[in-house]
Design a protein around this ligand. Structure first.
Ligand code: GDP
Ligand code: IMO
Ligand code: MG
Length: 430
């Protein structure tokens, strides 16, 4: 039985939430394996909108098990806020249908304070992070000084670890001219939140192993996208985790063969939020129009997303580096009505042509896109639920993208609504 990993193939916000929600009807378990509450995943079900950041997008289906894996960085206060918000919408969330890996590292107030102070100090050169403390929390994990969820059960260990953590962070705060923190600043809020979050703590690797052996279907939900991956993205303008499907296993406590099919999500154009290079960015009225039609504003920070044409070179690179088997192409409807549509098929750099995106930050900023131009379509694709409903030019556009990125389109999304989705290949099929 193939388990499926859903990952972003661009710079995030490709529509992963919608696709994970749709696919989760075919799964038993939905697992988040990286990132944190920097993610913003939107689901629209019968006109009702749900915005999820830390909770897996399967949570709305109540009967499915939602799992936050060890590869996530976990803010306990954000978690409780989100659980309460979704409960207010009438969704039942309990430790029966939502569990969190006991070895997940915590995001603490020191982390968001440091994230913001660093961004401020960088000024114009800032990364444009979400300010949620994601980078500093991953730094502490790798430096082996993170406080983990399981530490909240052991007061003596917790006190010792907070002292060690502050020895490091207060030195940084002094250097940044920011106020220092006392152990009580960390310990008191942690002691208060612990009884609320600990009921969700679980030995996730063990439960996933049992579920897998019982033949249950697992859907891994990625956050961000390949171009924000710490290794394969536009470094240093990236997030601090591996966003590719290769991380799904390590980030949930399973072996590499746990992932059978990798579904990459990409928009029929490109967006990016935050700083960093973006070869096909449109800083003109076409970019504005795409942003307006696509409602391109960030879910987490409300920032306006930068918009541009589809970059087939970049998505092909995401297909290769991430082992993507098929694509879910979203927001095709946003391109309805354009006279012509462009697609980047190569780059020009210093008089040479490139068929890949280079790693060097200077080269990434300087490459110029080589475009192919397509005739647009006048009829609408919005809300189409079958291939036959699509205008001929839209079909041509999709087919050409498949060739350029060297991966088939398995799903097509034509509106934010759950059921406005066309299935070509079932990723869960054996
Ligand atoms: P994620 O971070 O990848 O889950 O994506 P976001 O939720 O941040 O952003 C995608 C946005 O596009 C959301 O507002 C979705 O409701 C919306 N969306 C998803 N698929 C489609 C689609 O096919 N057409 C249109 N017009 N909107 C879509
Ligand atoms: P979803 O899951 C789009 C971007 C930020 C910034 C960079 C680093 O909704 O696709 P961070 O706070 O992670 O240290 O910020 O990454 N970023 C995202 N952009 N979608 C996301 O998540 C993002 N999560 C982080 O804007 O440029
Ligand atoms: Mg998003």
């Amino acid at each position: 039985m193939a388990n499926v990993a859903v990952v972003g193939a661009q710079w995030g916000d490709e529509g992963k939430g919608k696709i994970v929600d749709w696919l989760s009807s075919r799964a038993d378990v939905v697992v988040r394996f990286q990132g944190g509450h920097n993610a913003g995943h939107t689901l629209v079900i019968n006109g009702v909108e749900y915005k999820l950041s830390l909770l897996p997008s399967g949570v709305v289906r109540q009967s499915k098990l939602s799992v936050i894996g060890n590869g996530v960085v976990f803010d306990p206060w954000a978690f409780i806020r989100e659980v309460n918000a979704i409960k207010d919408k009438g969704v039942s969330v309990t430790p029966e249908n939502l569990i969190v890996a006991e070895n997940v590292p915590l995001i603490l107030p020191v982390h968001s304070a440091l994230d913001k102070a660093r961004e401020e100090a960088k000024g114009a050169g800032k990364i444009g992070t979400t300010g949620r403390g994601i980078g500093p929390a991953y730094e502490d994990k790798v430096a082996r000084r993170a406080i983990r969820l399981c530490d909240l059960t052991d007061e003596a260990v917790l006190v010792e670890k907070v002292d060690a953590l502050l020895a490091h962070h207060n030195a940084l705060f002094r250097a940044l001219g920011a106020p220092e923190m006392t152990p009580a600043d960390i310990l008191d809020p942690l002691r208060e939140i612990a009884p609320q979050v600990l009921p969700y703590a679980a030995v996730v690797w063990k439960q996933l192993d049992e579920l897998r052996r019982a033949g249950k279907r697992i859907l891994f939900e990625g956050a961000q996208g390949t171009m924000l991956d710490i290794d394969h993205g536009t470094y240093p303008y990236v997030t601090s985790s591996n966003t590719v499907a290769g991380n799904a296993a390590a980030g949930s406590g399973m072996g590499p063969r746990a992932v059978g099919y990798v579904l990459g999500i990409c928009k029929a154009y490109t967006t990016r939020v935050g700083s960093g290079p973006f070869p096909t960015e449109l800083k003109d009225e076409i970019g504005e129009l795409i942003g307006q039609k696509g409602k391109e504003f960030g879910v987490v920070t409300g920032r306006k997303r930068r918009c541009g044409w589809f970059d087939a070179v970049m998505v092909r690179q995401a297909v290769k580096t991430g082992g993507i088997d098929g694509i879910a192409l979203t927001k095709l409807d946003v391109l309805d009505g354009f006279d012509e549509i462009k697609v980047c098929v190569g780059y020009r750099l210093d008089g040479k042509e490139l068929d890949y995106y280079p790693s060097n930050a200077g080269a990434q900023a300087r490459v110029e896109p080589i475009y192919e131009t397509f005739e647009g379509w006048k009829d609408t694709t919005r809300g189409a639920r079958s291939w036959a409903e699509l205008p001929a030019q839209a079909v041509k556009y999709v087919r050409h993208i498949e060739e350029l990125i060297q991966a088939p389109v398995a799903l097509l999304s034509t509106s934010p609504e759950r059921d406005d989705t066309i299935l070509m290949t079932d990723p869960f099929a054996d």
